[in-house]
Design a binder for this molecule. Structure first.
Ligand code: NDP
Length: 256
């Protein structure tokens, strides 16, 4: 009985940025639980490799080349997923990026790029997927925040604004769509070893050691750390959980 609460067979998940990093970690968890997966990203080589990886888990997986800052491209992506996989039950708004500069050095176009990629994309994907999530009867939206949803950092100007916004956007949608039995939650990753943070470690001296010292678990997170939380928030096990922002951070956010 327990396993049926986490059973995603017959469900379809759209994972933005599902071709690498945390998105791929979540997509693997969802596929292992039985969901068919649409991998949404720009880099077609990475998406092709992700689709091969996910297909080996016994589910259908497709790649839909999409820039999530482009509304028309998102509309086409949603239509393609429904055409090829039949439905959308789970949307994971994970695509994200950062431009690391203090507030007084960040240019308007840089600010807009980060907000468009990290926050406005979640709004557009959710809005355009909503009719399908509603039709699912038990839709699930998982938005990816950050420790920067809670804390600030001098180099995370637009990034922190976008990730704070993701939490409030999550709460608004959770309220709006509860009558449709759609649960909307956020995951707040701690410091995870991915391409994104490899860039940050090169740019911010001492970051690697500071994260180790500041994280009670004593390690950086791995993309596998996101498989279980994704399955929980995508499955009937979380049907009375909505509007939350759950840290997956090895204790970073509760370190005194
Ligand atoms: P990666 O750089 O490995 O992954 C980012 C993903 O986003 C890529 O798959 C990329 O796909 C996709 N992406 C970026 N911009 C676009 C775009 N315009 N259109 C479509 N896809 C896009 O980083 P992470 O896995 O670390 O990051 C994933 C999420 O987790 C982000 O939201 C990030 O902010 C968040 N996060 C990460 C933390 C960490 O420590 N790593 C900590 C807290 C939050 P493509 O290359 O194909 O464009």
């Amino acid at each position: 009985m327990t396993s049926s609460r986490f059973d995603l067979r017959g469900k379809v998940a759209v994972v933005t940025g599902g071709n690498g990093g945390i998105g791929l970690g979540m997509a693997r968890g969802l596929a292992d639980a039985g969901a068919d997966i649409a991998v949404v990203g720009r880099n077609e080589a990475k998406s092709k490799a992700a689709v091969e990886d996910l297909s080996q888990r016994g589910v259908k997986a497709i790649a839909v080349a999409t820039d999530v800052t482009d509304k028309a491209a998102i509309e086409a992506m949603i239509a393609r997923v429904v055409k090829d996989l039949g439905r959308i039950d789970i949307l994971v708004n994970n695509a994200g990026m950062s431009i690391r500069k203090p507030p007084h050095e960040l240019e308007l176009d840089e600010w807009n790029k980060v907000i468009d990629t990290n926050l406005t994309s979640a709004f557009l994907c959710s809005k355009l997927a909503y009719p399908h999530l509603k039709a699912s009867g038990n839709g699930k939206v998982i938005n990816i925040g950050s420790m920067m949803s809670i804390f600030g950092a001098s180099f995370a100007t637009a990034y922190a604004a976008s990730k704070g916004g993701i939490v409030q956007y999550t709460r608004a949608c959770a309220n709006a769509w509860a009558p449709d039995n759609i649960q909307v939650n956020a995951i707040l990753p701690g410091w995870i070893d991915t391409d994104l943070t490899r860039g940050a470690r090169q740019q911010v001296s001492g970051l690697h050691e500071r994260v180790l010292a500041r994280t009670p678990a004593g390690r950086w997170g791995d993309i596998d750390d996101f498989a279980g939380i994704a399955v929980f928030l995508a499955s009937p096990a979380s049907n009375f959980v909505t509007g939350t922002a759950i840290p997956v951070d090895g204790g970073f956010s509760v370190m005194a």
